[in-house]
Structure formats: structure tokens, C-alpha cells
Design a protein around this ligand. Structure first.
Ligand code: ATR
Length: 292
């Protein structure tokens, strides 16, 4: 990659941002498409967020991804919000259109594309069991409802938040077939009979001592398991693989939500396979580095 006077800048605002994998696959995509663009990490502490957003205009930065902890706060400083952002109250992508900053959320579309294109799973008329009621669950549940699922069971450690998500889906999409179940009752066998899709949007499974989310006995091979955790193979994914249940982890969604951002900025189709391969190669390099 050669940086020239004409290089177009994009990047990610986060705090911390060192862990972000987006620079790896976004730069791989720019290179593959022969674009004189670059994607860089910006560690922005919360007190500087407003100034940082102003700097997007000052420095003519073309596009920014926004990650933890700025997704909610950032929308105050944007000029135009996409309908999805208005619904969700969070943005993860900014496009600078000649000085006008537009906010988008690409998580929902990224999730759906990943489910369909990588998972080969069509959500229409399917019954979904969703773990979690945080920021990601709002985007994912909204996308699933719009895609025409037949019913949704929401299960979250804090049941009040699950009720908030349920009401949000009812209000925004007039979707009625939603049940909330307490976290302690998540493995009651009766619930699991007709489930088509299980989605974990919580961080459960990231750590060794996390609780078991789904008992293996409740999984069957008519189901599809989607776990948005991407830093490791969670016990949920391991159980699915052991039982021959179709499954997908969070790396796929990470790439697809990034691909949607890529296209919003460049108006060019993102090279999904190239982006995935760059991540796999990067992870291998990191593993080797750790061994040495
Ligand atoms: P994100 O924006 O990635 O969704 P978040 O808004 O912090 O992140 O949401 C995290 C989700 O993981 C929540 O649903 C949270 O449950 P609570 O609403 O009860 O906090 C869930 N979560 C995190 N740690 C958990 C744990 N140890 N057991 C069960 N659920 C957990």
C-alpha cells in the first residue's frame, strides 16, 4: 500500500480500539479493489468524541466506523440519521457526503446477509430463540422481524431489558408473536421443541467460567445456531459442531457488517471472500507470534 497525497481516509473510533479487527479486512478490501483508500484506528476517549466527529469534516475523512463505547453518544453530533439509526438509537457507520455526516447502522443487514450467504439459512417463517437484550440484539431482532420470522422467544439475564426489547419490536414493527422467558428457565425442554434458529447476542461463552447457555440435549439437527462471539469457539458452537448442528460464529457477521460500511463509503461491492481470508491469515500470524 502506498499513501499518496490523494489517499482517502477512513477508520474506526473506539475506546479502546487496539483489539479492532476492522483495519485488517477493510485495508485488504481497498487493496483488492485497487482503491487509493486507507482504514486506520482512532482511539477516542469519550470526552473528545464531539471534537473527533468535527474533525471528520475538517480532515475530509470519508468514512468512520463507530464502536464501543461511542455508538449511542455519536448520533448527537451527526447531521442526518438513517431510519434504522432513528429506530435503534445507535450508529456504527458515518459517511461524509461533502461535509454532511450521515449515520447508519450496518449490524442488522450484516447479520442477515451473513445468515443467508454464509449460513444458507432463510429466516422467513422461522421460530427464533434469541439470547440477550443489549445493543446488538436490538439490531439483530429488528432485522429478523423484518425478514419475516414467525415468532421470537427472548431470553436475557435481566428480564426487564428483554421486556423493553419486546415492546420496541411491537411498537416499531407491530410484531406480536414474542415471548419473554426468564434466564433460569432457558433450558426447560418444552421451549426447545420447535425452535429453528438460536442466536446468541450476549458475551456468554467468551470466558472459560461462563454459564452454559444451552444444554446439549436441547440442540437438534433441524436447528441453526448463530453465536455473535468471534474471539473464540464458544461452548455453544462446540456443542453444535459435536452434534452436527449447522452453525456460524461472529466472524462472519463482523465481516458482513464491515462489508455494508465499505459499500456505503465506496459505492462498490465489498470483496467478502478477500476480507474473510485476510482475517484468517491475520489470526494465523498472531497465533504463530504467540507461540514464538
Ligand atoms: P452489545 O452492544 O454487544 O449487545 P451490551 O449492550 O452490553 O452489548 O449487551 C450485552 C448482553 O450480554 C446483555 O444482554 C447482557 O445481559 P444483561 O442485560 O443482563 O446485562 C448479556 N450478558 C453479559 N454478560 C452476561 C452473563 N455473564 N450472563 C448472562 N448474560 C450476560
Amino acid at each position: 500500500m502506498i499513501i499518496t497525497g490523494a489517499t482517502i481516509i477512513t477508520g474506526v473510533f473506539g475506546y479502546p480500539v487496539r483489539h479492532s479487527l476492522s483495519p485488517v479486512f477493510q485495508n485488504a478490501a481497498f487493496q483488492y479493489r485497487h482503491l487509493n483508500w486507507v482504514y486506520v484506528p482512532f482511539e477516542i476517549s469519550p470526552e473528545y468524541l464531539k471534537d473527533a466527529v468535527r474533525a471528520i469534516k475538517i480532515f475530509s475523512v470519508k468514512g468512520i466506523n463507530v464502536t464501543i463505547p461511542h455508538k449511542k453518544e455519536v448520533i448527537k453530533y451527526l447531521d442526518v440519521l438513517d431510519e434504522e439509526v432513528k429506530l435503534l438509537g445507535v450508529a456504527n457507520t458515518i459517511v461524509n457526503e461533502d461535509g454532511c455526516l450521515k449515520g447508519y447502522s450496518t449490524d442488522g443487514e450484516g447479520f442477515l446477509r451473513s445468515l443467508k450467504e454464509d449460513g444458507g439459512f432463510t429466516p422467513e417463517n422461522k421460530l427464533v430463540f434469541l439470547f440477550g437484550s443489549g445493543g446488538s440484539s436490538f439490531a439483530i431482532a429488528g432485522a429478523l422481524v423484518r425478514a419475516g420470522i414467525s415468532g421470537l422467544i427472548i431470553c436475557n439475564r435481566t428480564i426487564e431489558k428483554a421486556a423493553v426489547l419486546k415492546n420496541h419490536l411491537k411498537d416499531c414493527f407491530s410484531f406480536q408473536n414474542i415471548e419473554v422467558i426468564p434466564f433460569e428457565k432457558r433450558n426447560n425442554a418444552g421451549i426447545w421443541k420447535n425452535i429453528d434458529l438460536v442466536v446468541n447476542t450476549t458475551s456468554v461463552g467468551m470466558k472459560d467460567d461462563d454459564v452454559v447457555l444451552v444444554d446439549e440435549k436441547n440442540l437438534n439437527d433441524n436447528m441453526f445456531i448463530y453465536d455473535i462471539v468471534y474471539n473464540r469457539e464458544t461452548p455453544l458452537i462446540l456443542s453444535a459442531k459435536k452434534k452436527g448442528v449447522r452453525c456460524l460464529d461472529g466472524l462472519s457477521m463482523l465481516v458482513f457488517q464491515g462489508a455494508v460500511s465499505f459499500t456505503l463509503w465506496t459505492k462498490i461491492e465489498a470483496p467478502i471472500e478477500v476480507m474473510k481470508k485476510s482475517l484468517i491469515a491475520y489470526k494465523k500470524t498472531m497465533q504463530k507470534g504467540n507461540q514464538n
